[in-house]
Design a protein around this ligand. Sequence first.
Ligand code: XMP
Length: 513
Amino acid sequence: PVLVVDFGAQYAQLIARRVREAQVYSEVVPHTATRDEILAKNPSAIVLSGGPASAYSPDAPGMDPELAKSGVPIFGICYGFQVLAQALGGTVEATGNREYGRTEVHIPADGGILHRELPERHQVWMSHGDSVTKPPAGAKVTATSEGAPVAAYENVDDRIAGVQYHPEVLHSPHGQEVLRRFLHDIAGIKPQWTTASIVEEQIARIREQIGEDGRAICGLSGGVDSAVAAALVQRAIGDRLTCVFVDHGLLRTGERAQVERDFVAATGVNLVTVDARERFLGALAGVTDPEQKRKIIGREFIRVFEQAERDLKAQGDYRFLVQGTLYPDVVESGGGTGAANIKSHHNVGGLPEDLQFELVEPLRLLFKDEVRRVGLELGLPETIVHRQPFPGPGLGIRIIGEVTADRLETLRAADAIAREELTAAGLDRDIWQCPVVLLADVRSVGVQGDGRTYGHPVVLRPVSSEDAMTADWTRLPYDVLERISTRITNEVPEVNRVVLDVTSKPPGTIEWE
Ligand code: XMP
């Protein structure tokens, strides 16, 4: 693999994704990894990320000069560019020339390989206070900027190169090209990480893990990750995989049918749907506190899943459990290997650790965009592959007040209209998601036809986000809002008011509960 050494900025994962976009497999390693640990992974190249430290301060995380001279191709970015220079006899100083944001670089006539044929002056994204003032011994300077006398260097013979700017961000329009040239033309790595090769490799791994006659079960949530994980395992072991889908009655219109029909049609998977609607409604009766609702839903979910698991075990030895864990979860939990413990935030409803399974995690090397491409490659429909996030507790946490069957019907009807109109307006890919929330304990006066109504408001909560950690409210076009509002108030008798949530996150969360 190409190893991306994380020097503590938020860019390492993005760099790893960009390397993969150049069709080269990459992994993120912490800067605390030792030379031996790094070399043991047999890297085809090393990319050093940016970071917040000053390269010359005594406690700054550095670059082992022995590693720098080990013959492995190395590319330094920003801080990584500076520590690499330092490790190879260059100099880094605080020149007083800081550059933040859009900056122009100048490419000399002999621009080397990285910037060959790129415009003589072009825009890049800089973020540095210190600068390299002398490149590594034997390297030539292949870009300059006003604040950085050495904005790029390369030593093609030793396969060492780097840039002061951030090639991984979109504000450096030629950045991906530069990264690609390092990987393909300087490091000489063949671009082989394609969706087809990912599928092939993962299927081989799954077969190896599960063996000739092992059986696996997979909890389907209706979301992208569990669907793609299940589809991969199904490709690998066929009907020795059984999927379990728990209908807790808190789903949106069409969701169960989508799993039962579209997913099964695309994969031919064995599917067991457990109808647990009564059970969940019973458990939620009289409950209004959000955290209590979440706990009850999680608890009931586990009970139903365990029962399904016992039923299946009576039919055969289901020793493996498929989970849709993604690479960012793996990196964030320290990159540990082996059977990871089950983390509550990415598994279906939070399955307990004492379920006696060996985990199969076919997505644990993949980023979300790769997961979607794998899904498409496996023939899953767009409706599944590009599905927006939907919380495990479902509509249970979108009814403010007690959850009842009638209220669920009301919310489902309003939600279906909002989704239909957003899809019709072509906005599905522009928004992260748009929860519709029923204020079931609030009543509002209205007038409809000749009469007074005393109904409930629903809230539209359209948000834009990259990762759900922060979000902004989406400025939906007024005509779309108008259609949603008119249709909901006309078609859903219990609702006589539609309001728009214009709160970002923070301070609001995306969901209301
Ligand atoms: P919040 O409300 O915390 O939501 O801003 C962030 C994102 O997470 C989703 N969400 C959940 N997803 N189980 C899930 O699988 C949950 O319990 C849960 N709660 C919130 C929410 O829809 C949003 O995308």
